[in-house]
Design a protein around this ligand. Structure first.
Ligand SMILES: [Zn+2]
Ligand SMILES: [Zn+2]
Length: 350
């Protein structure tokens, strides 16, 4: 079969011929319905290198995957051939307290995971940018509810799950009438708006530098939008909350300026979570942030939460925008992603 692979660090992806995987004991092979192309794949090609992880290339890319059960290894129960499934992307040891809670992304013993500590399929082990994919443990599979196209489930495993997890971390503060600020309305941020809208009665303020992103936020259910690079953006946000400021801020950008705007827009005892991976920082201290502001970062989400995201999508309560590409055009998908030419997520459909 053909597969889009990362051949080495500091290298572009290539289309290779590779053997079809077979399911060993305790394993499952799925036939891929969709594999999402992600900005972090571009990081794999450009920013990472030897010695940063215990794992490395070559491997097949694609960590946002869905498909149908194709082959079931000895000892695996609970699945039938042909059943649609989504793949939870991070694969931990399966035995630590984080993995037992389904949040493998925070595994406490990662070197005990499959592939000598590989982070998951498409992140050290072979991923889903191929016709078939080996799932090392059926724990990583989440059944796709009836009514949801398996192709749409692929981007939801990351672009849906990550913002959903961030929203759930602060759900108890998003009471009806509270104010929630969404910074950055891109692939993850527009899902964040939808989750807050469907789960809560909070007022949603969305901020971005681009007018088309603000229009998207309005279509997704934001009550107010603010041009985030306006000099008085913080004052505009405060005014929209009638001076109360925001109970919860979700920063889907993560640069210095967005974190600063988020803290300036937060209230005493508020929550601010950095989701965007741009690497910005903030000098947190007694006099630089509101009292008892809880400032934290987050990464990905849990298996049970992925099931909840898929259910919301199957019920039509959230909607992910994506463009499909054939496997042969996968390199073009990365090119379009890199150059900002995509409408929504790029999903490879073999
Ligand atoms: Zn991703
Ligand atoms: Zn673990």
């Amino acid at each position: 079969m053909r597969a889009i692979q990362l051949p080495a660090w500091h290298s572009a992806a290539v289309l290779n011929d590779v053997p079809v995987p077979t399911a060993g004991p305790g394993q499952v092979v799925i036939k891929i319905a969709g594999a999402g192309a992600c900005h972090s794949d571009l990081h794999l090609m450009t920013m990472l290198g030897d010695g940063m992880f215990p794992w490395g290339p070559p491997f097949t890319l694609g960590h946002e995957n869905s498909g149908w059960v194709h082959e079931i290894g000895a000892g695996v129960s609970g699945f039938t051939v042909g059943e649609p499934v989504a793949v939870q992307g991070a694969w931990g040891c399966g035995a630590c307290s984080k993995c037992l809670n389904g949040i493998d992304a925070y595994c406490e013993n990662p070197t005990a995971a499959a592939g000598d500590g590989a982070f998951g399929g498409g992140l050290g082990l072979d991923g889903g940018m191929a016709e078939f994919m080996l799932i090392h443990d059926p724990r990583h599979l989440v059944k796709i509810p009836a009514g949801l196209d398996p192709v749409a489930a692929a981007p939801l495993t990351d672009a849906g799950l990550t913002p959903y997890h961030a929203v759930k971390l602060s759900l108890e503060k998003m009471v009806p009438g509270s104010n929630v600020l969404i910074l950055g309305v891109g692939g993850l941020g527009h899902m964040g708006v939808q989750f807050v809208k469907t789960l809560t009665g909070a007022n949603i303020i969305a901020a971005d530098t681009r007018q088309e992103a603000l229009d998207l936020a309005t279509r997704c259910g934001a009550d107010f939008t603010v041009q985030s690079d306006a000099e008085d953006a913080a004052a505009q946000i405060a005014e929209l909350t009638r001076g109360r400021k925001c109970d919860v801020v979700l920063d889907f950008v993560g640069v210095d300026a967005s974190i600063a705007l988020g803290v300036a827009s937060s209230k005493v005892m508020g929550d601010m979570t950095i989701v965007g991976a741009a690497g910005g920082t903030y000098a947190y201290g007694l006099y630089t942030a509101p009292y008892e502001l809880r400032l934290r970062s987050t990464y990905w989400g849990s298996g049970p939460e992925l099931g909840e995201v898929l259910t919301l999508a199957a019920k039509g309560r959230i909607d992910v925008t994506y463009t499909t590409y054939a496997l042969e055009d996968g390199l073009q998908a990365y090119h379009d992603l890199e150059h900002g030419k995509l409408k929504g997520r790029a999903v490879i459909v073999p």
